[in-house]
Design a protein around this ligand. Structure first.
Ligand SMILES: *Cc1c(COP(=O)(O)O)cnc(C)c1O
Length: 502
């Protein structure tokens, strides 16, 4: 299997090159040149456990990895003690109110968000890839995060030999629990720093460092190279394909669907469009999906795109109760457009150039029709999000986080509009305890300024237990307190990576 760039289809790279590089030279994203059709193997796949299924699917894509290498990556990443259970994901039916919905809990990993599903395995993929492509180099992972990616990447890369990881987060853009998670991070190769400004400022700063020739040369002198753990890296998308298959087979195993041809819907709370894109790729590999429900918060640029074919980022940016979806440029949409435009890389390049220069583009009729047919776009605001959290607790005795609540709200909009009662898998992307203040605020009156007394109250109120790794943060030492301006980021990186040149 080789990979092409969305902006130049004549680029052909192996999996290891694509994972080591992250992004293609001309700015495009790597995509597989064809997707294997797995339908004829479904009855076999339905009998596999999560790790077996992951190995099977990865073997179709990582064709320059040996079976032993793939197996070691999977066994290390998805060991039962890392995901708090025999299988790393859980499917929870919430059907008491007659709705045919199933929450796919993806947050049982070490950092309590779905990012662990990919970031627990990416370091293993990357280590193998670097052995094949640049064996003598040390890699420096730079991350700009709105909260969940940063912590998941730190936890994934901590103490991984020959890597260093630096995470930048916007000073006022993350939840107190997320900040605490990052600033208490353990490990000898990690560094965390706040940036004055919002997520876009942070992200712009990191992108500038990636392309800064002076810094690149200095790193090269030290025998180091930059890499990215953001979801533009194929090594982050591929692991996410697995759980859509796994949960579909779960519906079959528990009798909700009667045949391996029955169609379902998939609803995903969406930010950078990575998670929902993985569901789309699963369907291209044979998974029977009727409709993808793309759920946004008040930053509803994707809802508008799906309804009109116009992507327009020129709008107010809102800070919401679902911060991991506060994003106006969804990078992975580029990969969908490439697929829907039948790999016409010049159209895709044109749209992306327009977006960069004017903040807006409009896709052609053919692509727009396909988008509308496959996707349903919807959004809700913070009040509606809180209402869902309250309702689910009352109706189903189930406590969900704000991101998941947004997806449940959009599923209900879809149900109302279409009357489609097909089973629907809703991606549940974070533990409610990661956003304890907002969640408590939704189910009780005014919350305390102290995160941990809120956590205790939420446990009592919902009769659920907070994950031990969040509860335990209370007693951890804060290791990182730096806060810098965007302009200081480059110097900060140089100091951090060159400080121990031994
Ligand atoms: C990252 C994240 C999302 C958005 O996922 P994308 O793949 O960026 O669309 C949704 N919910 C939570 C909790 C997240 O951390």
């Amino acid at each position: 299997m080789l990979y092409q760039s969305t902006r130049n289809s004549s680029v052909k790279k192996k999996a290891s090159e694509v994972i080591a590089k992250g992004i293609s030279e001309e700015g495009g994203l790597f995509v597989p040149e064809n997707l294997p059709d797995l339908q004829e193997h479904f009855s076999q796949m339905a009998e596999m456990n999560y790790r077996e299924l992951a190995k099977y699917i990865f073997s179709k894509f990582l064709t320059d990895f040996t079976p032993e290498e793939i197996s070691a990556c999977v066994e290390n990443a998805y060991a039962s003690d890392r995901f708090n259970g025999e299988e790393p994901v859980r499917l929870v039916p919430l059907t008491k109110t007659g709705e045919n919905k199933y929450l796919l809990e993806l947050w049982h990993g070490p950092t309590c968000a779905f990012k662990d599903m990919a970031l627990q395995i990416l370091p293993h993929f990357l280590t193998v890839s670097l052995q094949k492509t640049a064996p003598e180099k040390q890699v420096v992972i730079l991350v700009a995060t709105s909260g969940d990616t940063g912590k998941a990447a730190l936890e994934g890369f901590r103490d991984v030999p020959d890597t260093k990881i630096l995470v930048f987060y916007p000073q006022d853009g993350v939840s107190p629990m997320q900040q605490r998670q990052m600033c208490t991070q353990e490990g000898d190769n990690v560094c965390v720093c706040a940036v004055k400004g919002n997520f876009d400022d942070t992200q712009t700063g990191v992108k500038q460092i990636f392309t800064d020739k002076r810094i690149g040369a200095l790193l090269d002198e030290q025998n180091m190279l930059f890499s990215s753990a953001n979801s533009i890296n194929w090594g982050r998308l591929l692991p996410q394909v697995v759980y859509y298959f796994y949960s579909y087979f779960d519906l079959f195993r528990n009798g909700t669907i009667k045949s391996l041809e029955e169609k379902i819907n998939i609803a995903v709370p969406t930010g950078n469009f990575g998670n929902i894109l993985a569901a789309y790729y699963a369907s291209k590999m044979g998974l029977p999906v009727k409709r993808f429900l793309c759920a946004s918060n008040s930053n509803n640029v994707l809802t508008d795109f799906i309804r009109t074919g116009v992507y327009d980022r020129r709008r107010e940016f809102y800070t919401t109760s679902s911060p991991s979806m506060d994003i106006l440029v969804s990078s992975n949409l580029e990969r969908l457009l490439y697929a829907l435009a039948e790999e016409d890389c010049s159209s895709v390049s044109g749209w992306m150039e327009e977006l960069a220069s004017t903040g807006k583009y409009e896709v052609n009729q053919k692509v727009f029709c396909k988008v509308k047919e496959l996707f349903f776009g919807g959004f809700c605001d913070d009040n509606e999000t809180a209402a869902v959290i309250r309702e689910l607790l009352e109706e189903e005795n189930y406590l969900c986080d704000p991101h998941t609540a947004v997806a449940v709200n959009v599923y209900r909009q879809y149900l109302q509009e279409t009357g489609d009662t097909a089973p629907t898998i809703i991606a549940s992307t974070a533990s409610p305890y990661k956003f304890v203040q907002n969640v408590l605020g939704a189910v009780a009156d005014a919350s305390d300024p102290d995160e941990f007394s809120n956590l205790n109250r939420l446990e009592l109120l919902s009769h659920t237990d907070a994950p031990s790794q969040l509860r335990g943060l209370k007693d951890k030492t804060v290791r990182f307190t730096d806060c810098i301006t965007k302009e200081q980021m480059a110097e900060f990186v140089l100091q951090a990576v060159c400080s121990d040149r031994s």
